[in-house]
Design a protein around this ligand. Structure first.
Ligand SMILES: *Cc1c(COP(=O)(O)O)cnc(C)c1O
Length: 426
């Protein structure tokens, strides 16, 4: 049986570091446990940079995984950070991020969160509406600081696939038709200056062609808006970079992307080669998705009405993110160690430990001979794994998160959910 993490189909990497020994890690730290491989994070970042025009700024979206060691690795490697809460800012700063290199995005920014970020040096925001812009201006002016912003644009649909976030009715961004009014509002602001456009039309694009179509569409929209008065010092075309989730699969490559973006920029956005505008992208999934593995132990194997169930010590409380986000459940897991005894043809359903029939991680899997005590490794869960799950549901302990680099453990930690008492004031 091949240890997970070994990817015979993935791009060859001569500098590949040793693959983490998941069985040994499960013994050492117990299960359930998440294991993240920093060498894989570094490989993903190299691959992404080689798929983009030289000089493109890469933002790491903490939403995908705010584990401090991962954030620190990406910040050290030169990524900027894309944050959407004061909690994410605190993680980014603790990981060594320069607040001047943080971009604060997202709808529903509160006065408190804006104040928290401004007090810690964040000066770059994506604004989602006139109200959002005026609130930022009020909070910044109240502190006497000048800030820059991008206008998040709900651009025209370019077709393609993936979860669409713009181009139709959406809580995200400003409709194209409303951008001039927003610029009028900006002209009356005291503390905020518009520096460019922000797009984030899809996540996890199904194909390279779909991604290219979407990103080039955003470039065209930005060029169109620049002709109509939108300042364009920064062009953040967002992302949509894909990664496999919770099943074996090689990292995704984008061999055509850099040339396609370069050609589109040359045609539409004069000046970009000299940094006017500066191109930026954002991704969480692509940078960390393939770095993470969930180790889980089989607690019970039972038959019911002709079906076989393996009950695991991890369920949707530890790997539920995409179901919470109404995306597909993970559908397959890959054993770490040889569990084959005798081939049998009964597919195994993987159930978690929670008292709900919805706690299923996989269906009809070929896991011959699976037995209590076996350790399974669910690969490619570095993004939208633990922090996107139903951590508080049924109050099981939170999995340990183990970080490895060069085949060695560099940190291990566990999130603790704690109730704090709040003063009751009449
Ligand atoms: C979620 C999100 C991202 C990151 O998406 P990935 O699929 O993890 O790359 C980036 N930017 C914005 C605005 C987002 O909402």
């Amino acid at each position: 049986m091949t240890p997970t993490g070994d990817r015979p189909d993935g791009p060859a990497d001569p500098a590949a570091a040793p693959v983490p020994d998941h069985v040994a890690l499960a013994r050492r730290f117990g299960t359930p446990a998440y294991v993240y491989d920093l060498d894989e994070v570094a490989r993903s970042l190299r691959e992404l940079r080689s798929s983009l025009p030289t000089g493109t700024r890469v933002y790491y979206s903490l939403k995908a995984n705010p584990l401090p060691a991962l954030v620190a690795a990406l910040v050290t490697a030169g990524c900027h950070t894309e944050i959407t809460s004061s909690g994410e800012l605190d993680v980014a700063l603790a990981a060594g991020a320069d607040p001047a290199h943080c971009l604060y995005t997202g709808p529903g920014k509160t006065t408190d969160a804006l104040g928290h970020c401004l007090d810690r040096g964040v000066r770059f925001f994506s604004v989602e509406s006139g109200t959002d812009l005026r609130r930022l201006d009020t909070v910044a002016a109240g502190r006497g600081v000048a800030v820059d912003c991008l206008v998040r644009v709900n651009g025209a649909a370019a077709g393609g696939s993936g979860l669409r976030m713009t181009g139709t009715a959406s809580q995200f961004g400003v409709d194209l038709a409303d951008v001039p009014a927003l610029l009028d509002t900006a002209a009356r602001c005291h503390a905020v200056t518009v520096r460019g456009a922000h797009f984030f039309p899809i996540t996890n694009a199904a194909t390279e062609d779909a991604l290219v179509a979407e990103l080039c569409g955003s470039i065209r929209t930005a060029a169109w808006l620049r002709e109509r008065g939108l300042p364009l010092e920064v062009l953040d075309i967002g992302g949509g970079f894909a990664a496999p989730y919770a099943r074996p699969g090689p990292p995704v490559g984008y061999p055509k992307l850099a040339d396609a973006l370069t050609a589109e920029l040359d045609e539409r956005v004069a000046g970009w080669r000299d940094g006017g505008p500066r191109l930026a992208v954002e991704t969480g999934r692509y940078l960390v998705g393939t770095s993470g593995t969930l180790l889980t132990t089989v607690l019970d194997v039972k038959e019911s009405h002709g079906r076989r169930f393996a009950v695991l010590d991890a369920g949707i409380n530890h790997l539920g993110g995409l179901s919470g986000l109404r995306r597909l459940l993970p559908t397959s897991a890959q054993p770490v160690q040889a569990v084959a005894k005798e081939a049998d043809d009964v597919g195994v359903d993987l159930a978690g430990p929670l008292c709900t029939p919805l706690d299923m991680l996989g269906h009809g899997l070929a896991l011959p001979g699976i037995s209590p005590g076996d350790v399974l490794a669910i690969p490619n869960v570095g993004a939208y794994g633990l922090s996107a799950s139903l951590l508080g549901f049924l109050s099981h302990p939170v999995p340990t998160e183990v970080v490895v680099a060069g085949g060695r453990v560099v940190s291990a930690s566990r999130i603790e959910l704690r109730r704090e008492h709040v003063p009751v004031v009449d």
